[in-house]
Write a protein that binds this ligand. Structure first.
Ligand code: ASP
Ligand code: MG
Length: 590
């Protein structure tokens, strides 16, 4: 019999009426001949209330006791849900995470799932029960209750769907599905029929909060189709699956994050190990860095810039000051009041002209770009906070995200095969362990840098339109932050496009009154791709460490949820590849 997992979030079980309505949905699905597992969150704002209560008693409550406390929220809702099902005349059994056998590691308040036993669940389902599982919780080796991190019930649902080989994992929530961008920020945002795991991961990390990031990582790893839909409507929601909404769509969504701060570390030695010193200092404080830009050195000195959440700025600054003391040179500059605007799309990698369209759109709106980073499936720019909304609106319109795509991917809800189940049980690092599925070397690129470009709207647009106009394919673009009114713009191109690209760059530089054009005829791009690259912090650090140990200097960096790229000197490609294979040998899938 087919199994369906239905997850109901806090707002969907906020009162007795809503609990009964969720129960009716489950009973109806069962009567259609399915076995049903429900996963429920704590009622309404119950978890917040418990967090608040703990805070009134202790300024830093012990994490173990936090888990003990917070897990009670879900225990309340599963019991009530089982009663609701019983009142409708169907059979139900509620279970806590521990009773199911959701084994986790012991990192309280952010535990990771190691394994899940299914015997009990199958037995209860086969006996005709609707099984109601408490979301967000598990148990460690020593029988301590653990929780999976705020919003973790999504993860419980996806994980149960994976181990049970469920036909579908339905996430019932207070929105009607996944949107091209946050509809509260941009009313013209459109609900998508379908979105790929990778796009969803990028959007989730950019704060589009429909699904918990780790639940999407999990779904991708075990190929669980997720259906996000509204609790109180029969409308179809959005599918989160492997393929994007349309095969020929470059961009699937856009996002803005407004509470960013920019950190620029200037004048540090341009030699192996420098980035490691800076980044490991910040990472040790568990601060997530984004838009990392390492600029090619001038006079033996390099600049590193990145963004952090504004809240994390004081701690970041302290960590960097300490690192700079060790390095013996360099200073830090910070900028606040900035916002990151990103477009995300699986189709971006195969389509040219996406970056220049984005830059042109911003230029036409008179918006200055402070920083740029591009990766295979994401382009992010940093702009002034006041212009963020306008930037998002303009970009959303430029990529016609409000219109449904003409050719849709075939709404894939495919049957999951036995091979998926096999993979689950052979995964020794635990079900959520970091997993690297590829380490690649591209030895065929060259780099160009135009230094001291004017810090005004339209420069990037003009540059990349001209470059594209000459038929030059651009891979990675980074533009650094500038305090003195001048920024540097670097990009990589295929080696056989280099001489043409230099010509174009030189012409642009003189027209736009820039500084020098420098280039490197051969650079090597190394990429590490996989699942959990961001949520397992330290992947970038591992790369920097490996490079530093081998004495290899890193020239450019960019990161996304599914891939970290570094550009190094051309002669070091093979050696760099080898170092990375070694550094990730414990998590590399074959
Ligand atoms: N109740 C937990 C929270 O509010 C888990 C969840 O809702 O997913 O974070
Ligand atoms: Mg919740």
């Amino acid at each position: 019999m087919t199994i369906i997992v239905q997850k109901f979030g806090g707002t969907s079980v906020a009162d007795s009426e809503k609990i009964l309505s969720a129960a009716r949905r489950a009973v109806a699905a069962q009567q259609q001949g399915n076995q049903i597992v429900m996963v429920v969150s704590a009622m309404g704002k119950n978890t917040d209330m418990l967090v608040d209560l703990a805070g009134q008693i202790h300024s830093r409550p012990p994490a173990r006791e936090m888990d003990m406390l917070l897990s009670t929220g879900e225990q309340v809702s599963v019991a009530l849900m089982a009663m609701a099902i019983d009142s409708l005349g169907s059979q139900a059994v509620s279970l806590t995470g521990a009773q199911i056998g959701i084994k986790t590691d012991s990192s309280h308040t952010k535990a990771r799932i190691l394994s899940i036993s299914t015997d009990r669940l199958h037995a209860l389902l086969d006996a005709g029960n609707i099984v109601i599982a408490a979301g967000f919780q598990g148990i460690d080796e020593d029988f301590n209750i653990t929780t999976l991190g705020r919003g973790g019930s999504d993860l419980t649902a996806v994980a149960l769907a994976a181990v049970l080989g469920a036909e579908a994992c339905e996430i019932y929530t207070d929105v009607t599905g996944v949107y091209t961008t946050d509809p509260r920020i941009l009313p013209e945002a459109r609900k998508v029929e379908q979105i790929s795991y990778d796009e969803m991961l990028e959007l989730a990390s950019l704060g589009a909060g429909v699904l918990h990031s780790r639940s999407v990582e999990f779904a991708k790893r075990y190929n669980v189709p997720i259906h996000v839909r509204h609790s109180f409507s029969d409308q179809v929601g959005s599918l989160v699956v492997s393929d994007p909404e349309s095969p020929n769509q470059a961009v699937g969504g856009a996002a803005v994050t407004k509470n960013e701060a920019l950190v620029s570390v200037k004048g540090i030695p341009d030699c192996p190990g420098t980035s490691l010193a800076i980044f490991s200092g910040v990472a040790q404080e568990h601060i997530a860095m984004d838009m990392i830009i390492q600029n090619v050195g001038e006079d033996g000195k390099a600049d590193i810039s990145f963004t952090v959440l504004e809240n994390d700025l004081p701690t970041t600054r302290d960590a960097i000051e300490r690192a700079l003391q060790e390095l013996g040179s360099g200073h830090i500059e910070v900028g606040t009041g900035v916002a990151k605007v990103s477009v995300v799309g699986l189709g971006m990698a195969d389509q040219i002209g996406v970056a220049d369209r984005m830059f042109r759109t911003l230029a036409n709106a008179g918006i200055n770009i402070l920083m740029i980073t591009t990766s295979e499936i994401k382009i992010s720019v940093l702009v002034e906070h006041e212009q963020a909304q306008e930037a998002l609106r303009a970009i959303h319109a430029a990529f016609e995200l409000e219109k449904p795509p003409e050719e849709a991917s075939a709404g894939e809800m495919k049957q999951r095969g036995d091979s998926d189940a096999l993979r689950i049980f052979t995964d020794l690092a635990g079900m959520e362990g970091l997993c690297v599925d590829g380490i690649l070397l591209d030895n065929n690129q060259a780099r160009i840098t135009i230094s001291h470009i004017p810090d005004e709207p339209g420069i990037a647009a003009r540059t990349f339109e001209k470059v594209a106009g000459e038929g030059i394919f651009v891979d990675m673009i980074v533009q650094s932050y500038s305090t003195g009114g001048k920024a540097d713009l670097s990009f990589t191109v295929p080696r056989d496009h280099l001489s043409k690209a230099i010509e174009v760059a030189q012409q642009l530089a003189s027209e736009m009154d820039c500084g020098m054009v420098t280039s490197c005829p051969q650079v090597a791009k190394l990429s590490v791709s996989g699942i959990g690259l961001r949520s397992h912090t330290g992947v970038a650090i591992r790369i920097f460490q490996a490079m530093a140990n081998a004495g290899i200097n890193i020239e450019m960096v960019n990161t996304s949820e599914v891939r970290v790229n570094v550009v190094i000197a051309g002669g070091c490609g093979e050696e760099g590849l080898h170092c990375l294979q070694e550094a990730f040998s414990d998590v590399l899938m074959h």
